[in-house]
Design a protein around this ligand. Structure first.
Ligand SMILES: [Zn+2]
Length: 275
């Protein structure tokens, strides 16, 4: 049976990426009656253990970490109103250069065609109008994010049904603003390098095609990020006072890389031209 509702599909690498990168648009879409599908490609086994142990350290059992992170992912999806969670369940490849990159079953060592074929089946099944994933650098160079980008672009090309395809990004101005606020709050050292000058991080503001105001959903986004409490990555954001969090996380920005609707740019809605 086909579902007549509009559908948003977000393809992410790890449990927790859905909250940080697209928590606002997922919560907003759910509130607007749009069907939301989250595809999480890996099991997150290379993340932190609940007690903080890192991979390879005593107390870090990769399969136990994956199982624990699954419960966090379910909680995050409940907060964001995700209708369907699909797990590709590849092994988390870890950071660039780690031995786990090449471990059997790792997402990074999986041929793109194989991952793309599985994702294409999900696209055929859910027929998303809008698909969101990372840019070619996986936003910050994580192998699994790059692989998620690759399988998504291959799958949307093979299926050809999504009306709009987006890559998550951040504006350079936002990075600078975040750096200023985090320094002001004492969360990063005053002499830390300017975030805006970090290479390959974000794009110039005028290249951003899509600015979505998700301020109304900042609390949900924060709660979804907090659901992944075992991971230290988002801790810096959660330490921000709520009003500062809303400033930093209240707008989600994207690069529109495929469009069959003709909606004018810049736009403020992933579904512009579709409703
Ligand atoms: Zn990730």
């Amino acid at each position: 049976m086909s579902d007549p509702r509009l559908t948003l599909m977000a393809v992410h690498a790890h449990p927790d990426d859905e909250a940080t990168g697209t928590g606002g648009v997922l919560a907003k879409a759910a509130a607007e009656g749009i069907r939301t599908v989250l595809v999480t490609c890996t099991d997150g086994r290379c993340g932190d253990a609940p007690d903080g142990a890192k991979p390879g350290e005593p107390g870090h059992d990769p399969l136990a970490v994956a199982a624990f992170r699954r419960t966090e992912l379910d909680a995050s999806c409940a907060v964001l109103g995700v209708d369907h969670l699909e797990l590709l369940d590849y092994a988390d490849s870890g950071m660039v250069g780690w031995a786990t990159n090449d471990a059997p079953g790792s997402f990074w060592s999986t041929p793109v065609e194989q991952g793309a074929a599985r994702l294409a089946e999900l696209i055929e099944h859910y027929r998303p109008d809008v698909v969101v994933t990372y840019d070619a650098n996986g936003f910050y160079g994580h192998p699994d994010h790059i692989q998620a980008h690759r399988i998504t672009m291959a799958a949307v090309a093979a299926t050809g049904t999504a009306a709009k395809v987006y890559w998550t990004t951040v504006p350079r101005s936002g990075m600078a603003e975040f750096g200023r606020l985090a320094r002001e709050q004492g969360l990063i050292p005053a002499d830390a390098p300017e975030l805006a000058e970090m290479p390959d991080f974000g794009v110039p503001d005028d290249e951003i095609t899509t600015w979505v105001d998700v301020g109304e959903y900042a609390e949900r986004k924060r709660a979804a990020m907090a659901a992944h409490a075992s991971q230290s990555d988002s801790a810096i954001f959660l330490q921000l006072p709520p009003e500062v969090f809303s400033t930093v996380m209240g707008t989600e920005t994207f690069l529109r890389v495929h469009d069959a609707t003709g909606a004018a740019l810049p736009e403020d809605d992933l579904f512009a031209g579709l409703r």
